[in-house]
Design a binder for this molecule. Structure first.
Ligand code: HEM
Length: 360
């Protein structure tokens, strides 16, 4: 509640604006060549989450991006020991334990350093608290409902990095990939944005509520390509699901992707058709079980309110500022929509598109 409530998310709006603007400038500089949207969107989401957590830019952003890539890669690989604990010894030889020690050690060092900087007596009080400020304040507050150890103060940001960066960037990539395959949808979204924003340099946060079609585009992308498609739970009591008896304390995996593409609930479920949301109250907040890209209930994604303004702002600006095409010689049939195995469901091959600055 303290870290990711609406008020706190709102306090990061300058960070979002600055990083999204930087993203489009970087884009404009290299517009003669196809833009690798998979890396560009990861940079922007990494930067926004990093600044929300630490209140400043990383001193080594490229190094941090690479570190996150390694950690995500490692966590996304299946560990046999998760299913057969007696095989834990395997991880000593297949590089898993060594990788965990190395990369989590590096993350730990970054956190130690940043926490040390936050505790420095000469540090001036920031106008807006970052997430480390909030955690340290809560730790000192004797009336707080929880008592936080320094382990917690490091673990929570790591959890947020792992859960927040990759998922947001994967969503932007899947959305742009669907838009390039569906040019009439892309045009409709661009027409809406350009009509609402008219003549301004950038789409700004206060214009987002007017972009109704864009919101449907994002919903449709999250329905078809939920970036965290499998959500684990443990049953607390014996139950029956679909005729199967499931004993208490069984690990079950909920398949979010197959829920969102279930023919019982969706007409032509594999088609990218944002119009299906225009006259529908179905949303992704966990109230409509036809579509649950952020999970449901107490363990549902606490970062939903953080991610939506970020995704909408980034997407709206990419579409407002540029016209997008497939690289010369490529048709939409050539576009590989295969999913990569991993913690987050990414597009397997990077999405590279040609961007022409739009006349606005
Ligand atoms: C498109 C964006 C995102 C999607 C689709 C997404 C989806 C999810 C899903 C499905 C879960 C598991 C929920 C469950 O078990 O019911 C989850 C957990 C979580 N998400 Fe997100 N998420 C996104 C972005 C973010 C962002 C931006 C943040 C933080 C700023 C964040 C923070 C978290 C955290 C902390 C957890 C809990 C991890 C845990 O249980 O330890 N997420 N997310």
């Amino acid at each position: 509640m303290e870290l990711l409530c609406s008020k706190r998310v709102q306090s990061f709006h300058t960070v979002r604006n600055q990083e999204v603007e930087l993203m489009t400038k970087f884009n404009a500089r290299s517009s003669s060549e196809p833009i690798n949207l998979s890396s560009l969107t990861l940079v922007v989401t990494n930067n926004i989450v990093y600044r929300a957590i630490f209140g400043k830019k990383s001193d080594n952003a490229a190094g941090f991006d690479e570190l996150m890539r390694q950690v995500q890669g490692l966590l996304g690989k299946t560990s046999t020991a998760d299913f057969f604990p007696w095989m834990e010894w395997l991880n000593k030889f297949n590089g898993r334990n060594a990788g965990m020690d190395k990369y989590f050690g590096e993350l730990d060092e970054i956190l130690d350093q940043e926490i040390h900087n936050h505790l420095h007596p000469e540090r001036s009080k920031p106008e807006n608290e970052d997430l480390i400020d909030v955690l340290l304040r809560t730790q000192k507050d004797s009336s707080a409902a929880i008592s936080l150890t320094s382990e917690h103060i490091k673990a929570v940001p790591i959890d947020i990095f792992l859960a927040g960066n990759d998922t947001s960037s994967a969503t932007l990539v899947w959305t742009m990939a669907e838009l390039i395959r569906n040019p009439s949808v892309m045009k409709k979204a661009q027409d809406e944005i350009r009509q609402v924003v008219k003549g301004k340099q950038m789409v700004e946060a206060d214009q987002l509520p007017k972009l109704i079609y864009l919101k449907s585009v994002l919903k449709e992308a999250l329905r078809l390509h939920p970036p965290a498609p499998l959500v684990p739970r443990e049953t607390i009591q014996d139950c029956t699901v679909g005729g199967y008896k499931i004993p208490a304390k069984t690990r079950v995996i909920i398949n979010i992707k197959s829920i969102g593409t279930d023919r019982k609930h969706w007409e032509n479920p594999l088609e990218f058709r944002p119009e299906r949301f225009l006259n529908s109250s179905i949303d992704f907040g966990g109230q409509n079980f036809e579509m649950v890209p952020f999970g449901v209930g107490r363990r549902g994604c606490p970062g939903m309110n953080f991610s939506i303004p970020l995704l909408e702002l980034a997407l709206a600006n990419l579409l407002y500022r540029f016209d997008w095409q497939l690289p010369p010689g490529m048709t939409s049939e050539d576009l590989d929509m295969e999913e990569a195995l991993g913690l987050t469901m990414h597009k397997k091959t990077p999405l590279c598109l040609a961007a022409t600055p739009a006349i606005i």
